[in-house]
Ligand binder design. Structure first.
Ligand code: GSH
Length: 303
């Protein structure tokens, strides 16, 4: 079984979502710690331009975006499903909700609270990532409102837990729990005290503690150079292409996130599923690497 490698850093909230999913499945995996800001000289050769974190590597297959990473983990390791039968839509909907709306509130609440003490180099990097000014004064103004929004999201989650269930979809944890949880973890880790506990929301704090207790599976560590060597020694998996995409096969295309961190990944179109798009890239020193992105939130252009 090829090694599960997660390119990540410990303070990354989207990595925490994946780490909890690895915990739910109790998988063995290796963390490659990547820099928090650019440059990322040991990541970009694998992704072909994508700089965001986390990135999953299995051999010479590279999966960008936590949304696709958790789907791929579930495909390869179907035990303890992240999308339980009959709850697939629920898991996807909670993930979309928590990755966008709840995450936005968390970012504003955190940086509106601690913005004055954030390293200017980090601020400059995130301005380049988003293409927007990192306006600490505006975030400070909005932070009290953002904290009310976090509490409003928490109330919706508490409603779901209202019948006393252990996790959002019932007795067992799934993607929904990981996706909701990492936002509260993010707020607690970076801005302790602003929204740590929700005593007035029955069940929520106990749920948080239960998700914390899941842990991260069997985590090991790997040097970035070793991850590159693993890619060089491996062949990408054979990828299918949906009939609707057959005309793209072999064409030069660019894949890019459409929200932020839009650095294009250019390669030869090499596969697709209802959820993902794949390019093959020839990388000096690594040979052929396949890079996969989610369909949702990513564009494909012919180059
Ligand atoms: N939709 C992406 C968002 C990823 C994201 O925004 N990651 C943050 C870290 S948690 C990031 O890449 N920040 C810039 C960086 O690390 O260079 C996902 O789900 O993976």
């Amino acid at each position: 079984m090829p090694e599960v490698i997660l390119h990540q850093y410990d303070t990354s909230p989207f990595s925490e979502k994946v780490r909890i999913c690895l915990g739910i499945k109790d998988l063995a995996w290796s963390a490659v710690d990547q820099p928090v800001i650019m440059p990322k000289p040991d990541l970009v050769p694998l992704t072909g331009g994508y700089r965001r974190i986390p990135v999953l590597q299995i051999g010479a297959d590279i999966y960008c975006d936590s949304q696709l990473i958790v789907r791929e983990l579930d495909r390869r390791f179907p035990g303890k499903p992240l999308y339980p039968t009959g709850y697939e839509g629920f898991a996807n909907a909670v993930e979309q909700w928590c990755d966008k709306s709840l995450f936005q509130s968390a970012v504003l609440a955190i940086f509106g609270t601690i913005g004055d003490s954030v390293d200017p180099t980090f601020i400059k990097d995130r301005e380049a990532l988003s293409g927007q000014p990192f306006n600490v004064a505006a975030m400070k103004t909005i932070a009290p409102f953002a904290i009310t929004q976090i509490k409003a999201h928490a109330a919706l989650l508490a409603q779901q837990l209202g019948d006393g269930r252990a996790f959002l979809a019932g007795a067992d944890p799934c993607l929904a729990d990981a996706a909701a949880y990492y936002n509260f973890w993010f707020v607690r880790s970076f801005a302790p005290g602003i929204a740590d506990r929700f005593e007035d929301l029955a069940g929520l704090d106990a749920w948080y503690d239960r998700v914390t207790a899941i842990g991260h599976g069997k985590r090991g560590a790997l040097a970035a150079a070793d991850a590159l060597e693993i890619a060089a020694a491996a062949q990408p998996e054979a990828a299918d292409t949906l009939p609707a995409d057959a005309a793209l096969s072999g064409k030069q295309v660019s894949l890019a996130a459409t929200d932020y961190g839009r650095d294009p990944i250019t390669g030869t179109f090499a596969g697709s599923t209802p959820y993902s798009l794949t390019v093959a890239r020839q990388v000096p020193g690594l040979g052929t690497v396949q890079v996969h992105v989610p369909r949702l939130g990513y564009s494909l252009t012919l180059t």
